[in-house]
Design a binder for this molecule. Sequence first.
Ligand code: AMP
Length: 282
Amino acid sequence: MHIITSIRDIQGHIKKLKENHATIGFVPTMGALHEGHLSLVREAKRKNDTVVVSIFVNALQFGENEDFSHYPRTFENDCKLLSQEGVDMVFHPDAAKMYSKGFCTSVIPGHLENALCGKSRPGHFRGVAVVVLKLFNIVKPDIAYFGQKDFQQTVIIKRVVSDLNVDVIIKILPTMRDQNGLALSSRNAYLSEVEKKDALCLYKALTKAQSMVQAGIQNTENIVQEMEKIIHTTKSATIDYISIVSPETLEEVPMAHSGDVAALAVRIGKTRLIDNVILLFS
Ligand code: AMP
């Protein structure tokens, strides 16, 4: 497995692969890898000749009072895991090279950046859009893999790719959870054992929403109220938002329809967690 830090070096490798008509599967990450990331890697392995994984904690997508400085960084272990999965290249660029002196270009994902997480994380999705676009331009993947876990991110990436005619296929894979239903996340490392149990309220609330629509209840105000009740039973939990939205526009819907998404962000103690489910009618 090649570990590459230089943009020029990886571009050289990619050029050779393209000359040999090898397909490239790409998984962008911020590291601190878990089974959720690895599920994307495994699918990329199955469908492509070559797999590239990037590990880059992107300062541009963190707000001033967010966790950039203490975001978990476990590079050696990440490389061990990726090598076991048969990944071909790990791209681990230096921030100073990604954002060199004078960098000033933004990618603004229109109204989509203001919904859901965008309300409490202004600027976050601009940071995501610009880094993903840069990575696509460097790695030139045929297929790029993202997790449903970061639902708003998937909607924005698909929109940016479509709006700017980026020549890449975007695949979204299901959220991997632990045996209790907690969505795997690098930020779960911040949680104490008690908080990990408290954090199950997110999935419980989402499961409630799913069962309500399956019982024929479509009024989203009622569904959100029931979800709030579940979160409020957990003392350490503070709701950032709970919304039921259309998956293309991210606009809240008064009546849920199959394929709409129930999404929430909840703080457990100091840790902000997100999760979502696609509401499917039986
Ligand atoms: P991150 O390192 O958090 O930026 O995540 C990198 C990629 O892994 C993103 O596409 C995430 O949506 C995806 N991912 C994170 N957690 C999970 C999970 N529990 N299941 C599936 N994919 C995930």
